[in-house]
Design a protein around this ligand. Structure first.
Ligand code: SAH
Length: 253
């Protein structure tokens, strides 16, 4: 094995939310390949690097470009937002990599939108949770529906990725209607837009309110479990600790 490709999760956007290992991999690279939106976020910090891109929907071409550049002897990083192994390019790279046996792949983990969004909302994922993408580009919608139903019936906290796009404006509404079949309409929910980027927006609401919200493709949605609550604007999913309510402490202070 001579050639190396780093598959780098760059976190939600700002450099502060990238891991040290991810920054190190990019610093070591001759060429950084990725979707233009992510390259734009990195271009200032890594301006001395060769930056290469292919348009959205040309993921296979982008992956092959990585292998071809690595073949020329360059150190290559493929960047994905969040984590490359969570609705990212890591698995496609391994599939295409079967035809490039002399190239070794290294996945560098990143902070996925579920983590970074949860931190902004408070602690919505502090118990068992499910992550479901509403994108039906690569997954049939009836399978997404079944997964939504199963997550609701299992009383999981739920994270929804890809809640909307230009072509799928009503998918969040459709998903909420499925969830409302098993979950009460007052269920504590929240969503976060543009995490780690300009225009970050953090919102808490009920499931019924969520149903009618317009969200964009840079939004991650959180649905609490039956014990979740909104306290002082934060969405909290309890771990289950029995905490003492010590009124004496208040009196002494
Ligand atoms: N690999 C990425 C996910 C890619 S799927 C990760 O691990 O985070 C794209 C979806 O991720 C978006 O539709 C949105 O739901 C979520 N997402 C990615 N970046 C985001 C950001 N900066 N703010 C809010 N949501 C984001």
């Amino acid at each position: 094995m001579t050639n190396r490709i780093y598959i780098v999760g760059m976190g939600p956007g700002i450099e502060e939310m990238m891991t040290g290992e991810a920054i190190h991999a990019l610093e070591q690279s001759d060429v950084i390949i990725g979707y233009t939106v992510y390259l734009d976020l990195l271009s200032e910090r890594f301006k001395e690097k060769e930056l290469m891109s292919t348009p959205m929907r040309q993921e296979e071409k982008r992956c092959r470009l990585c292998f071809e550049e690595a073949k020329k002897g360059k150190k290559v990083s493929l960047v994905c937002s969040g984590d490359a192994g969570i609705y990212g390019m890591a698995s496609l790279m391994y599939e295409i990599g079967k035809s490039y046996p002399d190239t070794e792949l290294f996945v560098i983990p990143g902070v996925t939108a579920a983590n970074s969004g949860a931190a902004l909302l408070g602690a919505p994922l502090n118990h068992d949770f499910c992550v479901i993408s509403l994108s039906d580009l690569l997954t049939p919608w009836d399978k997404i529906e079944r997964r939504l139903q199963a997550a609701a019936e299992g009383d999981f906290a739920i994270v929804l990725y890809n809640p909307s796009s230009h072509k799928r404006k009503d998918y969040l509404l459709k998903a909420c209607d499925i969830l409302l079949g098993a979950i009460e309409k007052e269920r504590a929910c929240g969503y976060v837009e543009n995490i780690g980027r300009e225009g970050t927006k953090v919102v808490t609401c009920t499931l019924e309110e969520l149903r009618n919200r317009e969200v964009n493709m840079f939004t991650t949605v959180f649905i609490g479990n039956s014990g979740s609550e909104i306290t002082n604007g934060k969405l909290i999913t309890k771990r289950g600790y029995q905490i003492e309510r010590n009124t004496d402490i208040c009196r002494d202070n």
